[in-house]
Design a binder for this molecule. Structure first.
Ligand code: CA
Length: 237
């Protein structure tokens, strides 16, 4: 048994059973909820390590569930959406979700997302206030000196590129929306200029990635945003 307990929120019984069967086989502990209200109550009473949350619930919108839970909890939330519109995913991510799965999804995709989130949990638990160096594969960021390195070689980054890199690194494993990145790097008022973000992301990647065709570190989520991934763990989009 892993020590992780997962709250599965899904009103569709066959989908819920598929998920819980997968969790059981892979030795996760879980509890289930079929409505938004019970999801909020169960989060408060059981304090799960992760939440798998369907966005289309009978009583509350999934995005509203995220907003309410985020009022008092940082528990990682992976959104499951039948809807294919990017808008729903973006709203969920902006409300504080960590990742998303689009129905129909494979068992392997589900397990990959859980592993990434587990790693994030472990990272968050290890982060101490004084931690001054970030490492991911050959990438190293020395926050104290404000320098980043690949393979011991210093990257010549502009202040904006460095800020972008640090924001992505601090949120390794989490999908960040365009709007979230823009607000954190440039501040309010710039959050609609995705073209500007693309330009800086392209120059950052040119310095960071060995090959631009198959980026190792920064994963693109078309129409949604970007994610820094652990290099030893490629995540299916
Ligand atoms: Ca549903």
């Amino acid at each position: 048994m892993t020590k992780y307990q997962i709250l599965v929120v899904e009103d569709d019984a066959p989908v819920r059973n598929l998920i819980t069967t997968t969790l059981k086989i892979h030795h996760y502990r879980y509890i289930t909820a079929a409505t938004g209200q019970s999801a909020i109550m169960d989060t408060a009473s059981h304090n799960p390590d992760m939440i798998l949350l369907d966005l289309g619930l009978p009583d509350l919108d999934g995005v509203e569930v995220i907003r309410r839970i985020r009022g008092w909890s940082n528990v990682p939330i992976i959104v499951i959406s039948a809807r294919n519109e990017d808008r729903d995913k973006i709203d969920a991510l902006d409300a504080g979700a960590d990742d998303y799965l689009t129905k129909p999804f494979s068992v392997n995709e589900l397990l990959a997302r859980l592993r990434v989130t587990q790693r994030r949990l472990a990272l968050m638990q290890n982060v101490t206030a004084g931690q001054a160096v970030y490492t991911n594969g050959k990438l190293k960021i020395d926050y104290a000196s404000g320098c980043a390195y690949i393979d011991q070689e210093e990257l010549r980054l502009t202040p904006i590129e460095y800020k972008l890199l640090c924001l992505l690194a601090r949120n390794t494993g989490k999908v960040l929306t365009h709007r979230f990145i823009m607000q954190n790097v440039w501040g309010n008022g710039w959050d609609n200029d995705v073209g500007l973000l693309r330009v800086f992301m392209a120059t950052l990647r040119k310095k960071l990635e060995k090959t631009e065709d198959s980026p190792q570190y920064i994963q693109t989520h078309v129409g949604i945003g970007y994610r820094m991934q652990k290099v030893d763990e490629q995540i299916p989009e």
